[in-house]
Design a protein around this ligand. Structure first.
Ligand SMILES: Cc1cc2nc3c(=O)[nH]c(=O)nc-3n(C[C@H](O)[C@H](O)[C@H](O)COP(=O)(O)O)c2cc1C
Length: 226
């Protein structure tokens, strides 16, 4: 199967796969740079780390990718230090910012001023349209498979076609994408790419163990992800 080209702002990764941001010390520079070096889009999650740690990981990822590949930062709107983290990431000139758990009008204008694409995580056509109108460069669509916090009880493949229809920016499908068949299905329903988190399990295992040893993630047996 020929994979379509995913284009978001200046980013044209060689495979249309974005790594899902995983907080509590899982998706840091190691995982993000591995994904970017493999031709996908890597994400450092700003959740559960300080602003300084986030800056350090952005710089380290840049080193590990030798300035090539694409590295972005996931900053959740619901975090207390959302604005501080977003401004720090823009200051570090990341390739993009991805945000979910709410929407702020400001984040799109800050991204625009810095010339850095801002991507929104959405679960409905309504929110996708609002995001596009406010200036999102793309949307990541997450169905209920992505967790219970998203305000939808519908599966990804039920909401994806309607969201693809409703906007003209790239739509990335996320939540439960684990296999090549899942990727093919998402693309056939009009997605421009996919976002995967545990689907990148082999690489994540090593990161999780490190994070667990540093006590920056919950004990592994208590997570509901595996
Ligand atoms: C351990 C873990 C931590 C996560 N942390 C975040 C986060 O900080 N921000 C976020 O937007 N999504 C977070 N997610 C959601 C993932 O990025 C992804 O969108 C979600 O897991 C759905 O994709 P999947 O089915 O491939 O896991 C996390 C997921 C996992 C498994």
């Amino acid at each position: 199967m020929d994979l379509p080209k995913l284009k978001i702002g200046h980013m044209v990764p060689s495979v249309p796969i974005m790594q899902g941001g995983m907080g509590v010390g899982i998706s840091l520079s190691g995982l993000a740079s591995a994904v970017a070096n493999a031709g996908g889009i890597g994400i450092i999650s700003g959740t559960g780390i300080t602003v300084d740690e986030m800056r350090r990981h952005i710089r380290k990822a840049r080193k590990l990718t030798q300035g090539k590949g694409y590295i972005g930062v996931n900053v959740l709107f619901a975090m207390n230090d959302f604005a501080e983290k977003m401004k720090a990431a823009l200051d570090e000139k990341v390739d993009f910012i991805i945000s979910g758990a709410g929407i702020s009008r400001d984040m799109y204008s800050w991204g625009k001023q810095a010339g850095i694409p801002v991507i929104s995580i959405v679960s409905s056509a309504k929110l996708a349209k609002i995001s596009e109108r406010l200036g999102a460069a793309a949307v990541v669509v997450e169905g209920f498979e992505a967790g219970g916090h998203l305000g939808t009880d519908k599966p990804l493949f039920d909401i994806l076609p309607e969201i693809v229809e409703s906007v003209s920016i790239p739509v990335i499908a996320a939540g439960g994408i684990m296999t090549g068949a899942d990727i093919a299905k998402a693309l056939s329903l009009g997605a421009s790419g996919v976002q995967m988190a545990p689907g990148l399990l082999p690489a994540m295992n090593a990161m999780l163990r490190k994070a667990s040893r540093r006590n920056t993630c919950p004990p592994l047996k208590k997570t509901h992800y595996w």
